[in-house]
Design a protein around this ligand. Structure first.
Ligand code: ADP
Ligand code: MG
Length: 478
């Protein structure tokens, strides 16, 4: 019952769901921030209980754990939750008997009422790994070759966590994002990591098309029983481009049963899609809500720094040298798709080799010009963006003045615009926090850091904000 000591107060109310999701994210950040021992001994056992007014209550298993967390990690935990939830918070630790709180993390990230617990079981008659239906894993798509930035950190960290703890961390993990942003790469990387840990693991990686094709063929050849036995025996099921399944009735039904069979026996499922579960309208509502029981991680278009890092990594494999200014030029011009950036490099390298002339910005401009570039010729690099211009442009966009952003007022929409200005100053010039604070009316280092953190976590969830920031960035980088 809500309010009773030790009882989980998750109802259907949005704040509880927000807290649950925020806590999943906070766990990811904390797993990188504290030692493994602390994480496993203290953090993992925390259960989010309630979020009311400005108070978040977290359940811990013992007075000792409470003391330890309050002494050692309270400010890190509060800071992370504040930046994810975008509000200042009081965090209280409440000792609760472990059997009175459903272990939602262990239950595949699910609230026990809506999603059944899923103990992981291996079947007695396991097929050979080679008999498991799967597309081959692409050798180039590993965690090592994946460049991590703000836009993809959540998905990357979740993918790693899942590959280390099959079925018990986030199940299912649902990754979504636009085309060419690394979803397929991450799915393959999970497959490699699982195989490296356990060569006997039964890994199935399919995409919407191959699953459909396989299913239809099995019906035609009257091998539906084998089809089911093979799919339902896997330890991890990686399903890419699920949107292709969503539009086909028979396959959708089969997918549903396979999903349930695996989910109920605690096998790990990872799904990638070009849209969020809510937007997969052709999917059964029951299945969509199952997807939402796990962790949903979106991948946004990479920020400039990450685009440059991806290009640098890509160019290091080429024989011809690609100068840094060319990398900056391409990263500045192609903003929304990594695949297109890679295509640009391939084309440029081929051209330079045929013409026997070295790669330069002029060559990139001539060869790629109309063909590839989202934005025409932003040859000015990141250092060229004036921070004063950032402040003015952001103010204009929010119908404010630069003085509003520099001034003391803390009304919500002014504070948010100010934080966006901080974020863009940081993204587009290499200014340190303190200097950004100076520029924005003498705010201190921590305020700036926190403000940027808030924008970053809002960007993960808020498509409209992403579009605004993208648009501002486009204007400023031009
Ligand atoms: P999606 O499945 O989202 O359409 P892919 O995973 O096929 O995108 O990625 C397209 C290309 O971009 C691949 O060659 C992939 O290796 C590369 N790529 C995407 N994101 C990254 C990244 N963060 N680091 C390195 N390479 C990336
Ligand atoms: Mg893909």
């Amino acid at each position: 019952m809500p309010g009773d000591r030790g009882q989980l107060e998750f109802g259907d109310d949005e704040r509880s769901i927000a807290l649950k999701r925020a806590w999943e994210r906070a766990m990811l950040f904390l797993s990188n921030k504290v030692s493994r021992l602390t994480f496993e001994s203290y953090i993992r056992a925390i259960r989010p209980l309630s979020y009311k007014e400005h108070e978040v209550r977290l359940g811990v298993p013992s007075p000792f754990a409470r003391e330890w967390l309050e002494k050692r990690h309270a400010s890190a935990i509060r800071g992370i939750l504040e930046s994810i939830l975008g509000a200042s918070l009081e965090v209280r630790y409440v000792v609760v008997a472990s059997d009175s709180v459903p272990g939602w993390m262990d239950d595949a990230g699910a609230d026990a009422a809506s999603c059944p617990p899923a103990p992981r079981k291996r079947q007695p008659s396991r097929p050979h790994p080679d008999d498991v239906p799967s597309l081959p894993l692409n050798e180039d798509y590993t965690f090592d070759t994946f460049v991590v930035g703000r836009s993809n950190r959540l998905a990357f960290t979740a993918a790693q966590a899942v590959s280390e703890r099959l079925g018990s961390m986030y199940n299912p993990l649902f990754v979504y994002g636009g085309s060419g942003l690394g979803k397929t790469h991450l799915l393959h990387a999970i497959g490699h990591a699982v195989r490296a840990r356990d060569p006997e693991a039964l890994i199935s990686l399919v995409d919407g098309e191959s699953f459909t094709h396989h299913f239809v063929t099995s019906l035609r050849e009257k091998k539906a029983a084998d089809f089911r036995r093979h799919y339902r025996s896997v330890d991890i099921w990686l399903v890419d481009d699920i949107q292709f399944i969503a539009s086909r009735e028979g396959t959708k039904e089969e997918f549903f049963h396979t999903f349930n069979a695996l989910y109920q026996t605690g096998r790990q499922i990872v799904i990638a899609s070009d849209r969020s579960p809510r937007e997969l309208r052709a999917m059964d509502e029951r299945l969509r809500s199952r997807f939402e029981c796990g962790l949903i991680a979106d991948i946004a278009p990479p920020e400039l720094e990450t685009r440059e890092a991806i290009l640098r990594q890509r160019c290091s494999k080429e024989e011809s040298a690609v100068p840094d200014d060319v990398i900056r030029y391409i990263a500045g011009a192609i903003q929304s798709n990594v695949r297109t950036m890679e295509g640009a490099i391939t084309r440029l390298v081929a051209y330079s080799s045929i013409m026997r002339s070295p790669i330069s910005v002029e060559m990139a401009h001539d060869v790629l010009g109309e063909f590839f570039l989202d934005v025409p010729i932003p040859i000015r690099g990141r250092k060229g963006v004036q921070s004063e211009t950032v402040v003015r442009t952001v103010a204009e966009c929010f119908h404010l003045t630069a003085d509003d952003l520099r001034g003391p007022r803390r009304d919500k929409h002014i504070a948010e615009a100010r934080q966006i200005a901080m974020y863009l100053c940081r993204e587009l010039s290499d200014m340190p926090y303190g200097q950004i604070g100076e520029l924005l009316g003498g705010r201190d280092h921590t305020t700036v850091q926190r403000g940027i953190g808030r924008v970053e976590s809002r960007l993960l969830e808020d498509g409209a904000l992403r579009a605004t920031v993208q648009e501002l960035r486009g204007r400023l980088e031009r």
